[in-house]
Every structure is written in structure tokens, then in C-alpha cells.
Ligand binder design. Structure first.
Ligand SMILES: Nc1nc2c(c(=O)[nH]1)N[C@H]1C(S)=C(S)[C@@H](COP(=O)(O)O)O[C@H]1N2
Ligand SMILES: [Mo]
Length: 350
């Protein structure tokens, strides 16, 4: 169940971040907390799966040395699929866990590899369940319905193992889930990110200095809105436009999320002034010159959502440079990586 939940929420994350062309206009912008919930569940179920997987491997590892190693073609194939399942499961949990700590000690790109191996794991898991289905059925058929008593051969050992695994899952969940489920943040012990640590009490993944945009000044700043009727605004002109306030979370794919109060100009208003067609997509371009998150794309649902702002203020103060001064995107139900900071351009695409 942990793997199923992790897989499904992982797919949601993948398609919110990299929607294929035909899906780009169907990506929903509501509920505003949608991505925060699914990504919180993704990371929490992945973390809970670590003790579950370790316990599972501990109970089955003697079978690794089973003799004869291979009894038949069918048996060989089954062993092979279990090999893929174990290797893939360990790989997914290890890379996912290190990703929550922003640590990438490998030569490949995390996102496509983590995504591809997820399909391998799910395939191998389904195959494994199919192969074992007769045994699973026989095991559950042995119990008389309605009784919770475990069969004799599943005595105290099995019970204490289950209790210990349950306790381990409870402890790792309780001490990490506060990174996105903030009411439990007092219990954070093992989470790499505390949702309160950072300027303006909001975590930062990439600082302005790291992005090479530490020196943006109010005088030099320009926002270029490119569309049928392109125009350029200074920071003072942006500040003079109607300002709106929204309460929206930043939900990082790495697992932390935090809600904040943002004030700024509606992207919708900026697009209308540029004569953008109703269903136009938008490219949000940062002043950052390099980096994977320099540009993000938005379908029309996000672009036209009244909650989508080019934010100038955070919790009542001007944005900190690390949060995207002087202007950053904030939109509902959107992965943190797409909440582009240091925005210098909005480009209407056909
Ligand atoms: N231009 C730019 N915008 C960016 C990033 C970046 O590296 N460059 N990082 C993104 C990521 S991964 C997250 S989670 C959010 C974090 O926003 P915050 O640092 O204001 O909390 O910003 C996003 N916007
Ligand atoms: Mo992020």
C-alpha cells in the first residue's frame, strides 16, 4: 500500500511538472493545496516504506541462498523479477531519501531516472503479487472470518515483528511529516528541512547569490511582458497596479511545504493588458542566467486563475532576495520548482 500510494502520488508530481503537450492545458489549478497534499503524501509514504522494506527484506533474505538456486525456467524468471523488485525498490527509496536532503551523489539526472525506475518497480511488484497470488489466497483462507487471532505458526515472533515495524513506521513518520504537515512541525527530528528555517520564515532551495542574481536593484529592474501587445514595466509601475493578497503554499518536490501570505499583481491582469488570447500558455522567465528552474511554463488554467500572482511581497514585507526579489511567481496547486523567482519576463505563447 505504501508503494502504491508513493507511485500514484509520484505520477501526479511527474505530470504536474512535465505535462506532455496534450495534457498541458488540463493541469488543474485547484484545489490550491492539491500539490502540497500529493507531494507530502509522496515523501511521507516513501519514508514510511523504508522500515517496511527493511523488515520485508529481513524476513525473506534467507531465500537468497535457497538451494537449488534455480529449479525451473519459471522459477528462474520469478527469481529474476524478485531481483529487479528488490534492486529497484532499494534504488527508489535511497535516491528519493537523498533527494529530500538535496544531496545528489550520483552522475545521472535524478528526475528521469527516479521516474523510469518507478515503472520497473511497479511492474516487478505486480508480477510478484501475481506469482504469489495462490499462496496469498491460501494463507488468508486458512483463517476463520471475523477472528483476529493469528495462526499458531504466526505466534509471538510474528506479532512482535509487526509491532516493531509498526512502531518504526510511526516514529519515522511522526518525526518527518511536519516538514509539510506543519501542525506536527514540533516533532521534526529527522527531516532535512524545517519549514520555519529561512528568511521570512520560509525555506530556500536556491539563494539569490547561488543563482547569480544577488545584485538586482529596484532602479534597474524591468518586467517585459511579451505578447500581441508587448510592454515593459518598472518596479514602481508594477507596484502602482492593483495589488491582491493570497494565502498559498510553496510545496517543494523535495517534501517541505509552507503556506504564506503573498501580495502582488494578478498574472491574468498582466496578460490581458498584453492582449493575450484567453487560452494562451505562458512562459515565466527568470533573470537568472543559468539553472534548471530558470524558466517555467503555465497552461491557461494557472495563467488565468485569480490566485496566480506576480508577487512583490511576502507576509507583509518586500520579498527577500532569496525569495525572488523583486518579483516571483506564486500560483495555486503548482510544484515549488515551477514557482519561478526573480521574474524578468512573461512570454505569451500561441
Ligand atoms: N529562478 C528560479 N526560481 C526558482 C528556483 C530556482 O532555482 N530558480 N527554485 C525553485 C524551487 S525548487 C522551489 S521549492 C521554490 C522555493 O521558493 P523559496 O526559495 O522562495 O521558498 O522556488 C523555485 N523557484
Ligand atoms: Mo523545490
Amino acid at each position: 500500500m505504501a508503494f502504491a500510494l508513493c507511485f500514484v502520488t509520484g505520477l501526479v508530481s511527474h505530470f504536474m511538472q512535465h505535462p506532455p503537450g496534450w495534457l498541458a492545458d488540463s493541469v488543474p489549478s485547484r484545489p490550491a493545496w492539491g500539490y502540497r497534499l500529493t507531494q507530502g503524501l509522496h515523501v511521507a509514504s516513501g519514508i514510511a516504506a523504508v522500515p517496511l522494506l527493511l523488515a520485508k527484506l529481513w524476513t525473506v533474505y534467507p531465500r537468497l541462498y535457497e538451494w537449488p538456486l534455480v529449479r525451473s525456467v519459471r522459477h528462474a524468471l520469478e527469481r529474476l523479477s524478485v531481483g529487479v523488485l528488490v534492486a529497484g525498490a532499494v534504488f527508489e527509496l535511497a535516491t528519493g531519501l537523498l533527494n529530500t536532503a538535496q544531496w545528489y551523489p550520483w552522475p545521472f539526472s535524478f528526475v528521469p531516472v527516479h521516474y523510469a525506475v518507478a515503472w520497473l518497480v511497479v511492474g516487478a511488484l505486480l508480477l510478484h503479487i501475481a506469482v504469489k497470488a495462490p499462496e496469498i489466497k491460501a494463507h488468508w483462507a486458512r483463517r476463520s472470518p471475523g477472528t483476529l487471532a493469528l495462526p499458531a505458526q504466526d505466534g509471538p515472533d510474528r506479532r512482535s515483528l509487526l509491532a516493531a515495524v509498526g512502531a518504526a513506521v510511526g516514529v519515522v513518520t511522526l518525526t518527518t511529516v511536519g516538514q509539510s504537515f506543519t501542525p506536527l512541525k514540533e516533532f521534526l527530528l529527522f527531516a532535512p528541512r524545517h519549514p520555519d528555517t529561512g528568511p521570512q520564515e520560509l525555506p530556500v532551495n536556491r539563494t539569490a547569490d547561488a543563482a547569480g542574481v544577488g545584485g538586482i536593484t529596484a532602479v534597474a529592474y524591468r518586467l517585459v511582458v511579451a505578447g500581441p501587445q508587448s510592454y515593459t514595466l518598472t518596479l514602481d509601475e508594477l507596484r502602482a497596479l492593483p495589488q491582491h493578497e493570497v494565502e498559498l503554499p510553496i510545496a517543494c518536490v523535495e517534501g517541505w511545504s509552507k503556506s504564506a501570505r503573498w501580495t502582488g499583481v494578478r498574472v491574468r491582469d498582466l496578460l490581458e493588458r498584453a492582449g493575450a488570447p484567453e487560452h494562451a500558455r505562458v512562459r515565466v522567465v527568470s533573470l537568472e542566467s543559468r539553472g534548471g528552474y530558470r524558466v517555467s511554463e503555465m497552461g491557461h488554467k494557472h495563467a488565468r486563475d485569480p490566485l496566480t500572482l506576480l508577487a512583490l511581497r511576502l507576509n507583509g514585507e518586500e520579498l527577500d532576495p532569496d525569495h525572488g526579489y523583486p518579483a516571483r511567481l506564486i500560483a495555486p496547486d503548482r510544484p515549488g520548482v515551477l514557482q519561478t523567482k526573480w521574474v524578468g519576463g512573461l512570454e505569451v505563447s500561441a
